[in-house]
Design a protein around this ligand. Structure first.
Ligand SMILES: Nc1ncnc2c1ncn2[C@@H]1O[C@H](COP(=O)(O)OP(=O)(O)OP(=O)(O)O)[C@@H](O)[C@H]1O
Length: 232
C-alpha cells in the first residue's frame, strides 16, 4: 500500500472542505480524482504532500505518517502548479538545479531530457527564456519532466491535462502508461477532463464537497457513468 488515508479532515472556519473516512492507493495503480470546482482535490493533494496540515486524521505512505517522517519524499514526486517552479531560471537551469538535488551530473541531466523530446515538442529547451515567460502549458511540461527526475514510485499531478495542447495530452498519457508498465509507478491525477482521466486511469475517485462519492474500478462503462453523473 503506497498511500493510506484515514478520517482525514480539513476545515476552514466552519467549512469542512475535505472529509475522507478511508482511502487506500495500491502500488502500481493509476488513480484519477474527479469532481467539480471546490470538491477538495487540491486540498487533499496538499495534505498528502505535507504542504498543509490536516485538521484531523492520518495520511500514511508505506505505513509512515507523512507529517512525521521524510522517507516518502525520496520516492514521491509531484507537480501541482507553477509554484513548484523557479520562475527566474531558464528551463535548462531549472532542470540542472533539480538534477543537482538528485545528485545528477550536467551530462546525466542532458541525457535524461532526451526522452522528453516528443513531450517537449521543441518548445522547452534552448529557448533562452525564463520559466516565467513560458505559457502555462509549457510550464506544466517543465514541472512534470522535472518531477520525474527522481524516478518516483508515486507521482501526484493536479490537472495535468489543463493548458496542454491535444498532442501533448496524448503524449502525457503515453508517458504515464509507460512509467506504470516499466516501473510500477503509482499515479494520482486530478482532472476535469473525463475522457483523458478515464482513458489513462485504472481507478476513478469522484469527490464532491470534500467527500468521496464514488470509487470506481474502470470498465468500459465508466466514462458514460461519469458523464451521466456530471450532467445531472
Ligand atoms: N486557504 C483556504 N482558505 C479557505 N478556504 C480554502 C482554502 N483553500 C481551499 N479552500 C476552499 O476549499 C474548497 C476546496 O478547494 P480545492 O482547491 O481543494 O478544490 P478542487 O477540487 O481542487 O477544485 P478545482 O477543481 O477548482 O481545482 C474550496 O471551496 C476552496 O475555496
Amino acid at each position: 500500500m503506497i498511500l493510506e488515508i484515514s478520517n482525514l479532515k480539513k476545515t476552514y472556519g466552519d467549512r469542512t472542505v475535505v472529509n475522507i473516512e478511508s482511502l487506500q492507493i495500491n502500488a502500481g495503480e493509476t488513480v484519477g480524482i474527479v469532481g467539480n470546482n471546490g470538491a477538495g482535490k487540491t486540498t487533499m493533494f496538499r495534505m498528502v504532500l505535507d504542504l498543509i496540515r490536516p485538521t484531523a486524521g492520518e495520511i500514511r505512505s508505506k505505513g509512515e505518517l507523512v507529517d512525521r517522517h521524510d522517507q516518502w519524499k525520496n520516492y514521491t514526486a509531484s507537480y501541482l502548479d507553477e509554484g513548484f517552479l523557479i520562475d527566474y531560471l531558464t528551463s535548462e537551469e531549472y532542470f540542472m538545479f533539480i538534477g543537482g538535488l538528485h545528485e545528477m551530473t550536467a551530462a546525466h541531466v542532458s541525457d535524461y531530457l532526451l526522452q522528453f523530446q516528443d513531450f517537449f515538442n521543441g518548445e522547452i529547451l534552448n529557448k533562452g527564456k525564463y520559466i516565467r515567460d513560458f505559457s502555462k502549458g509549457n510550464q506544466n511540461k517543465i514541472g512534470i519532466a522535472a518531477s520525474l527526475m527522481q524516478n518516483p514510485e508515486l507521482l501526484i499531478l493536479d490537472e495535468p491535462f489543463a493548458n496542454l495542447d491535444p498532442t501533448t495530452q496524448i503524449r502525457l498519457k503515453t508517458l504515464i502508461r509507460s512509467l506504470k508498465e516499466e516501473r510500477q509507478m503509482s499515479t494520482l491525477i486530478s482532472s476535469h477532463d473525463l475522457n483523458h482521466v478515464t482513458d489513462v486511469c485504472d481507478r476513478i475517485i469522484l469527490m464532491e464537497k470534500g467527500l468521496i462519492i464514488k470509487d470506481i474500478h474502470k470498465t468500459e462503462n465508466t466514462l458514460s457513468e461519469l458523464e451521466a453523473y456530471f450532467a445531472e
